[in-house]
Write a protein that binds this ligand. Structure first.
Ligand SMILES: [Zn+2]
Length: 417
């Protein structure tokens, strides 16, 4: 403890000199009662990507900054986040996160001055980064790209689409055509991360007779993995394979860390309107085109809608057009195939089509990423359908067919480089 503090003191002095700020007062013995404390630091990292999550007990104000390497002082490039009006839980002070993997050296936290906590991320080399906060519970997320954005070749002119939330989807050939085309030769299997939403303490939406979204999407996810793994062309992983709670930002981080080419988040829709029905598949956008989609995203994000207005700029900054085109292509293919497969088993299957909304679980995803809303659990007819394994097979078959098609025809984030 003493050693860490002394070391941290030297470390902060280096920062202070570099920024020209006055020398810091000695750290207070303990945070004042009632102050929101940093309660955890979590990190997911490989040599080209790192996500750090800083948990605080309450919403706090914060500011992020960087410092270049200072070889004379032996200091690496650093990102630091100052959290005002905050304290630190003692166990966090004692546990700097050591990584040393070529991108991230370590994450440290200390009291910078009275009422300010500073989280310092020591990098191994200069990197681009983004910082944003998510509410409910409040956490600050730092995404670090060791190689900058993954390059994406410009899409063909005929599939270019506007980035506007209400964009018309690009024309996508029927997945049935895929079988007639030669498969792309790849060096290794296409990596797919299947993300069954919710889990554990978070049941997701609940149907009129008690069916839980978390159970349905886990079952669909397992079916997708089983069907997709048969050929050996795909390396399929799941963010969860049991009834456990996983924070949204961790799901994205798992896909990024695992260098997934395709990320599919599985959900079941719900509405106060008990007649609402149909399948839809979403990509990330900074806003939603209507109130229903905004309410849906708020619910899936686990935040009240009144807290949900201020994140638009974050997503705008996070998401570049090229990967979005690929996500739109996959989303359209997924939705069409799911509806077609379920329609062979049931009459009157309704589609709401390709849509866009600000889902946190898609923010910062480095690969083609979509979120499926596989009908409405709030609709009695659709809920009873979701109890039928044959329906879940149909949904899984649709997703599998779309991933197979996209795996052969899409521009993959990792496997194509
Ligand atoms: Zn959901």
């Amino acid at each position: 403890m003493t050693l860490l503090r002394r070391h941290l003191g030297v470390f902060l002095a280096g920062i202070l000199c570099a920024t020209g700020l006055p020398f810091a007062a000695p750290p207070p013995a303990d945070a004042a009662p009632g102050v929101s404390r940093v309660s955890d630091i979590r990190a997911w990292t490989n040599e080209i990507y790192t996500r750090v999550a800083i948990d605080t007990e309450e919403e706090v104000s914060w500011q992020a900054n960087t410092l270049r390497a200072d070889p004379a002082r032996g200091l690496p490039p650093r990102i630091f986040i100052d959290i005002r009006g905050a304290g630190i839980q003692d166990e966090i002070l004692r546990k700097p996160v050591e990584v040393r993997n070529g991108l991230l050296r370590q994450v440290r936290v200390g009291r910078f001055d009275r009422g300010t906590v500073r989280v310092v991320i020591d990098l191994e080399r200069e990197s681009t980064y983004r910082v944003f906060a998510l509410p409910g519970p409040f956490r600050i997320i730092v995404d670090i790209d060791g190689e900058g954005e993954i390059p994406v070749p410009p899409p063909p002119a005929d599939s270019a689409v506007s980035a506007a939330p209400a964009a018309i989807p690009p024309p996508v050939e029927s997945p049935r055509v895929a079988a007639l085309q030669p498969a792309t030769i790849r060096k290794h299997p296409v990596r797919v991360m299947i993300d069954p939403g919710h889990g554990g303490k978070d049941p997701g939406a609940i149907g009129p007779t008690g069916l839980k979204e978390k159970d349905v999407v886990l079952e669909i996810g397992r079916k997708i993995r089983e069907k997709l793994s048969r050929s050996g062309e795909f390396d399929v992983r799941m963010t969860r394979d049991e009834d456990v709670f996983i924070p949204l930002e961790e799901r994205t981080a798992m896909a990024n860390k695992g260098r997934a080419d395709i990320f599919v988040s599985l959900h079941i829709n719900a509405s106060r309107n008990q007649r609402a029905e149909g399948f839809s598949t979403y990509v990330l956008s900074r806003g939603a085109s209507n109130r229903e989609d905004l309410e849906l995203a708020a619910r899936e994000n686990g935040v009240p809608i009144r807290k949900f207005q201020g994140v638009k700029f974050i997503i705008d900054d996070m998401f570049t057009g090229a990967r979005k085109n690929e996500s739109l292509r996959l989303a359209k293919t997924v939705n069409d195939a799911v509806v077609r497969h379920v329609s062979t088993r049931y009459p009157g299957v309704h589609t709401l089509g390709l849509k866009q909304a600000p889902f946190y679980v898609l923010v910062g995803a480095r690969m083609t990423a979509v979120l499926v809303e596989a009908s409405f659990i709030s609709n009695a007819r659709e809920e009873s359908r979701l109890r039928d394994p044959s329906c879940l097979d149909g949904i899984a078959d649709g997703v599998v067919e779309a991933i197979r098609y996209y795996g052969q025809n899409g521009i993959l984030a990792y496997s194509d480089y």
